[in-house]
Each structure stands twice: as structure tokens, then as C-alpha cells.
Design a protein around this ligand. Structure first.
Ligand SMILES: *[C@@H]1O[C@H](CO)[C@@H](O)[C@H](O)[C@H]1NC(C)=O
Ligand SMILES: [Zn+2]
Length: 289
């Protein structure tokens, strides 16, 4: 994520690592996806991953964040985000030609690894491609992974419950962990169960059909652009919204800011899992469910 000078007062000298939804978020999203796989897709995925456990997708949800720090995996670092060079909070947008630097970004990566899953590539390549997809569906739904400003918020120092951190990190990790009250695999499973319930018969049941609008397995790039644009819109309406414009350097965001952000985190986890499930169903069977 490129630096920008638009919010100079918030600049810091620190250069923290760009991460992604923490383990908790990626695992919760993978569990939601598991809940929506057809039995045929489930067997297909378990076969590719050589895992028949009850967390057969969730077990690989964070693999890509480890792999990117290895010498074999460093090529994949830019694949975890797209650097939207927009102008929040007044205008948010993602433009593939402007923002997918040199053709390496999360939108291109989702397209690439979908293509690998659809081809008759080796089982090793399929295994890696599936692990990438599980992870990148999470990343693309984190609003600050669809934003260039201040390195996706990594360069904005804030506090959270008294600890020094940055805006990107609280979206990835601190705020999700505050809600879940932990970060174990079982915390992720419990959260996913709530989200799946909301999608099937709760708060999200009316909108979840719309979450598949723009999804076309024959056009992975445009499909992923739909998700990136959707996520990026929250950069204007929530992350840096006028009502959130109280963010100042080193401000503690564990109070009102968290309260306003939580519904966005919840719905983005739900969408990520639901879309990942439908996408894998499409690859494996040609149908979303
Ligand atoms: C596509 O996947 C191959 C295999 O992992 C990788 O070498 C290449 O960098 C990928 N490109 C993108 C844009 O994801
Ligand atoms: Zn990531």
C-alpha cells in the first residue's frame, strides 16, 4: 500500500507490517464459507486440502499470511490488497487500471487463482490456489485492504484499550477480538455460527441474495472488482466517515469508534464467507449452492 500525504497530521514515523484480518477474522470467514458449501463442494475441497476435519477450510485461512514472509512466497505480498488511490472521506472508488499496480493486487490474484482451480493444474498448484482463495476473500472484504491512503491506515497511529497500534491493525485484529473476546479457532467457530444464522434466518436474510450480485465465475476479475468496490465504500462511510472524523493521532478508539465500526466488520465477515462459499460451489459444481 502506497503512502499518501493527504492526512499529514496523522503521519507517523513507524513502519508497521501490513497484515490482514487477524487469524480470528480469516478463520471465522472460512467457517461461514464451510457452512454454505454443497456436499459435493465439501468433498472436492477436502480432497484438494487432504483434510476431512471439521475445520477443513478454516485450518488454511491464514496460510497466505505466513507464506508471504518466506522467500518462496514473497512474490505474493502485493496480492493481499488493492491500493485504491481515491480521496476519502469525500470520494471512494476502486479503478483496476489505476489501482492494481503492475497487475499485482488482490483482484488480479483472485482471478489468477480461480483460473488455476478451473484448469487441470497439478494437485500441488490446486492446493496452493485454494489456500490463497480462502485467504484473499477475507482480505478483499477488509475496507483498509482496498485503500491506499496512509498505507491502508498502517501509518495512522492510534491507541486501542491503552495499547499503541495503528488504524489498519485495529480493523484487522483489535476490534474483531474485542467482539469475540478471544482469538482461538473455537472463538472463530462461535462467531461464524452467529453469522451463518443471521444469513439464513436473521438480520442478513433479506440482503444476502444481493451479495451475489455481480458474481460471474466466467469473469473473476469483474466479480472481484465488485467486492473490492463494495468494501472500499466503507472507507468513506465508516473508516474515515465524517462521524468518525474525530480520529486524531494516538486517540484511543476502543469506545465510540468501535461501536460504529462493529456492524461493518460483522457484515463484511458475513459477505466474505457467503461469497467464498458460493464461489467455491461455482468452481466445483457450476452452481452457487
Ligand atoms: C498467479 O499464480 C502464479 C502461481 O502461484 C504466480 O506465480 C503468479 O505470480 C500469480 N499472479 C497473480 C497476479 O496472482
Ligand atoms: Zn492477507
Amino acid at each position: 500500500m502506497k503512502s499518501s500525504t493527504a492526512v499529514i497530521s496523522l503521519l507517523s514515523a513507524a513502519a508497521p507490517l501490513a497484515s490482514a484480518w487477524g487469524d480470528l477474522g480469516h478463520q471465522a470467514i472460512a467457517y461461514v464459507a464451510q457452512d454454505f458449501l454443497s456436499s459435493e463442494t465439501k468433498s472436492w475441497a477436502q480432497d484438494i486440502l487432504s483434510d476431512t476435519s471439521t475445520s477443513y477450510l478454516a485450518n488454511y485461512a491464514t496460510w497466505a499470511d505466513t507464506f508471504k514472509y518466506t522467500s518462496a512466497g514473497s512474490f505474493s505480498k502485493p496480492y493481499h490488497y488493492i491500493d485504491a488511490n481515491d480521496n476519502p472521506p469525500s470520494s471512494c472508488s476502486v479503478d483496476y487500471d489505476r489501482d492494481c499496480d503492475g497487475g499485482g493486487c488482490v483482484v488480479a490474484a483472485i482471478s489468477n487463482y480461480t483460473g488455476i482451480m478451473q484448469s487441470d493444474s497439478s494437485s500441488t498448484d490446486q492446493n496452493q490456489a485454494l489456500k490463497f482463495l480462502i485467504h484473499f476473500f477475507g482480505d478483499i472484504h477488509q475496507p483498509l485492504h482496498d485503500e491506499a491512503l496512509e498505507v491502508g491506515g498502517n501509518d495512522i497511529d492510534v491507541k486501542y484499550s491503552g495499547s499503541s497500534t495503528n488504524l489498519h491493525h485495529i480493523w484487522d485484529t483489535n476490534m474483531p477480538e474485542q467482539y469475540a473476546g478471544g482469538y482461538s479457532l473455537s472463538d472463530a467457530r462461535a462467531w461464524a455460527t452467529e453469522l451463518t444464522q443471521s444469513i439464513k434466518s436473521g438480520d442478513y436474510s433479506d440482503q444476502s441474495d444481493d451479495w451475489l450480485d455481480g458474481m460471474d465465475i466466467d469473469d473473476p476479475k469483474d466479480s472481484a472488482m465488485t467486492w473490492a468496490s463494495d468494501s472500499n465504500s466503507y472507507v468513506c462511510t465508516s473508516v474515515f466517515s465524517e462521524s468518525q472524523s474525530q480520529i486524531e493521532k494516538d486517540m484511543d478508539l476502543a469506545g465510540d469508534y468501535y461501536d460504529q465500526a462493529l456492524p461493518v466488520i460483522q457484515v463484511q465477515f458475513a459477505k466474505a464467507g457467503y461469497r467464498l462459499g458460493a464461489w467455491l460451489n461455482l468452481i466445483a459444481t457450476g452452481s452457487t449452492s
